[in-house]
Write a protein that binds this ligand. Structure first.
Ligand code: ATP
Ligand code: MG
Length: 384
């Protein structure tokens, strides 16, 4: 029998919202937590109150699973007892006996009870000391016993599992993420998901210039492990012939024009998917083609928001995050695109690029290519 009968779920930014938004987002968060746990086969009941979500379950996996849900700051597997000093002390003893620490500290908090934090600390501390022989060490204890008395119920726990923070998935609008099969773009997708945006993934199949469709699908599968059971739409569109045409006429501007083509196509796909913006894995200056001048020329007159959540991150930070998310291993071997010229344009001139786009008829090509899109739904769960 596990000591735990509940998992306390703490969240951050949601509490700063006005009451309508807060309630709405709390509801989304609670439902995302419940779906994540259901998908893992955990039996549970969720309740809300006092700025917390309570997941009632004795399943010891629940705390870690709930901590992965976006919006969650931390979780703790806890035991609930009545707010009674004797019951609290007994539960503290029980939890201490499980690990028999050499030293311990009681960390009490209270609200809406008649006794003080100091009384909790003194009573429970004395009981634990007598039962285990452990000494009290408030600075560097081997075991910390947290006791939170809240009105008629008190929660006792020893672990705080850190979450990723952010906002509940589904609290913001959908994003269309351009996913290349490289290291960066799945991290960009994850960052937007962390801020509450569901995502659709769009991969441009440019074989034989780049062959990363399998890596992109694997990325989608890993990202689908972060969606609390929602499936992810994965879209592919072949662009090899369009790249050939760009290369033949404007070889040095291949990357800039290719990106404009991608944005043109993405703008059309966005509408079909009900997405509100485009997302890329750009990081300023990371490769020759990702410069401020090029970004200006690539996005000029595109007419929809293009987000680059990694723009100010270093490669090492992006790689660390990719490892945490689980996409690093999938993408580390991905080869770069061979259509990139030896000397790619780094300081694109906006007006020249717009003229070249017109000359090649990229807008019409984009419209035609959208008709060739294929959609696959990726994810394990049965929900939606
Ligand atoms: P990544 O690691 O994400 O591939 P990168 O450093 O290799 O990025 P580029 O190849 O210049 O950089 O691509 C920049 C961004 O353009 C990518 O992060 C992605 O959002 C988009 N992109 C590039 N190639 C494709 C593709 N084949 N399909 C969809 N999006 C792409
Ligand atoms: Mg790439």
């Amino acid at each position: 029998m596990s000591f735990q009968d509940v998992v306390l779920v703490r969240y951050g930014e949601i509490t700063l919202k006005d009451s309508w938004t807060r309630q709405n987002w709390e509801r989304i968060l609670a439902s995302n937590i419940a779906s994540s746990l259901h998908s893992a086969g955990v039996e549970l009941k969720v309740t809300r109150g006092e700025g917390r979500i309570f997941v009632h379950t004795s399943d010891v996996r629940a705390s870690e699973i709930a901590a992965r849900v976006f919006g969650v700051v931390s979780t703790s597997p806890a035991r609930t007892v009545a707010s009674d000093l004797l019951e609290i002390s007994q539960a503290a003893v029980e939890i201490a006996l499980q690990s028999m620490p050499a030293s311990f500290a009681i960390r009490p908090r209270r609200t809406g009870v008649t006794f003080s934090s100091e009384q909790i600390g003194r009573n429970a501390g004395e009981a634990v000391r007598l039962a285990t022989g452990a000494s009290v060490d408030l600075d560097e204890p081997e075991l910390e016993i947290f006791i939170e008395a809240r009105r008629d119920k008190t929660y006792i726990f020893t672990r705080v599992v850190k979450g990723h923070g952010g906002l509940p998935l589904g609290s913001q609008g959908k994003m269309l993420v351009l996913i290349s099969g490289g290291i960066d773009s799945p991290v960009a997708a994850w960052m937007m998901m962390k801020r509450g945006c569901p995502v659709t993934l769009l991969h441009f199949d440019s074989r034989p210039y780049a062959d990363a469709i399998n890596q992109s699908i694997r990325c989608a599968e890993v990202l689908a492990e972060w969606t609390s059971g929602r499936k992810i739409d994965f879209i592919t569109i072949p662009i090899q012939r369009a790249i050939e045409k760009i290369q033949a006429h404007y070889p040095r501007a291949t990357c800039v024009l290719c990106r404009r083509l991608m944005y043109r196509i993405a703008t059309e796909v966005m509408e079909k998917e009900g997405a509100l913006g485009i997302v890329t894995g750009y990081s300023m200056g990371q490769v020759a083609s990702q410069t401020a001048e090029n970004i200006l020329a690539e996005q000029a007159a595109i007419g929809v928001p293009v987000f680059h959540p990694l723009i100010a991150m270093d490669k090492s930070e992006i790689m660390d995050l990719a490892r945490k998310i689980g996409t690093y291993e999938v993408t580390e071997e991905t080869k770069s695109c061979t259509a990139v010229p030896n000397k790619p344009m780094t300081r694109a001139k906006k007006d020249e690029i717009l003229r070249a786009e017109d000359d090649l008829g990229l807008k019409n090509i984009a419209r035609a290519l959208v008709r060739e899109m294929t959609v696959t739904r990726i994810g394990n769960s049965d929900t939606d």
